[in-house]
Design a protein around this ligand. Structure first.
Ligand SMILES: [Zn+2]
Length: 345
């Protein structure tokens, strides 16, 4: 089984809008946290999203939410969370989030060619030559859909954010469906058992029922079809940095965004329970970027334009490779094949 480690990235270019105004960005995130706190009421998450265990150990408090570790499978999740409706309201209307992180004119083409395309190529190495339907769930600005269409797949993208859907059309000429997979299936039941690939890039950690979503993905895939999944890794250097600087968090262990983080065993468990078999893993992350941004936020005047800042930026890919080789990267990508026979329940 392939286990790939590392992926060079031009962080100065990719994270330009955020790096350019780090303190302002953190303020915006704190603003969203307090907006949600005053407009929505969180509900208690009584059990693990993956294995259902009610045993959990507190890990870290971030922006008034406690992340706990499931004693059974190792999933890390917030003990309180907003409802599906509240999350949907947030993504449907919050323009800042979509604009600064994804729908950004300065970074969108870099994102398409250097972030989305390598993931598609990674999956294609393990898939046959046949190019059927590829469904991308949570498409963002449609960068991955644009890549798969160009490579001969019949690419379909589902995305909730109106800002992102409009942006995808404008910059890549891609038509995304503004809906969820479950909703789309109510009008397109013919999808069941016919889809070749489903990608869930940065999706499972946002949804309140990741097991239900994986079960639906399993259902629409052809026998032997594959799911390409990217999730944040709780066992990462970025998590360790954030446990030391919990007040600075604006990504990764960000409770308004990620209500859970996986580990390789927790993701394995989720896949196996839903009739999937992993066939390839890829570990790469932004952990050194996370360390650098925390140093800048904590010691802004001394860090800004310091030799340390420029050296960390210049050597970031080499430093990150060491972390990726140790599988301590803050994201995990897994390609998993649909098993022909379902596990007995
Ligand atoms: Zn669990």
């Amino acid at each position: 089984m392939e286990r790939r480690h590392g992926k060079p990235i031009d962080i100065g270019q990719f994270k330009k809008p955020v790096l350019h105004n780090l303190l302002g960005h953190l303020d915006k995130i704190r603003g969203i946290v307090s907006y949600l706190a005053s407009h929505e009421t969180p509900i208690h998450q009584q059990s693990c999203h993956v294995c259902g265990s009610r045993e959990a150990v507190p890990r870290v408090e971030i922006h008034q939410f406690t992340y706990v570790t499931c004693a059974e499978c190792g999933l890390v999740y917030t003990s309180r969370r907003y409802s599906d409706e509240a999350i949907r309201r947030f993504y449907a209307t919050n323009r800042y989030w979509s604009e600064v992180t994804y729908a950004n004119r300065e970074t969108c083409h870099y994102r398409r060619d250097q972030v989305a395309k390598p993931k598609v190529e990674f999956a294609e190495r393990h898939l046959g030559n046949e190019r059927g339907v590829w469904v991308d769930v949570g498409s963002g600005i449609g960068d991955l859909v644009s890549v798969v269409q160009e490579r001969g797949w019949q690419g379909v993208g589902l995305e909730l954010s109106a800002t992102s859907v409009a942006f995808a059309k404008e910059v890549f000429g891609v038509n995304l469906e503004q809906t969820t997979l479950e909703e789309y299936l109510t009008t397109h039941p013919e999808w069941i058992g016919t889809i070749q690939v489903v990608s869930l890039i940065g999706v499972l950690e946002h949804v309140t029922d990741p097991m239900g979503l994986l079960a639906t993905v399993q259902k629409i895939l052809v026998p032997g079809g594959a799911a390409l999944i990217q999730v944040p890794n709780a066992n990462s250097l970025a998590s360790m940095v954030q446990e030391v600087f919990p007040d600075n968090v604006f990504r990764h262990m960000s409770p308004i965004e990620h209500i859970m983080l996986f580990t390789e065993p927790a993701l394995m468990r989720a896949l196996e329970l839903n009739g999937f078999e992993p066939i390839a893993w890829w570990f790469h992350g932004l952990d050194i970027y996370e360390l650098l941004t925390n140093l800048v936020i904590s010691h802004h005047d001394r860090m800004r334009d310091s030799a340390l800042y420029h050296t960390l930026l210049a050597t970031m890919n080499n430093l990150q490779q060491v972390i990726d080789d140790q599988e301590l990267s803050d994201r995990i990508i897994c390609l998993a094949r649909k098993k022909i026979t379902l596990p007995k329940t």
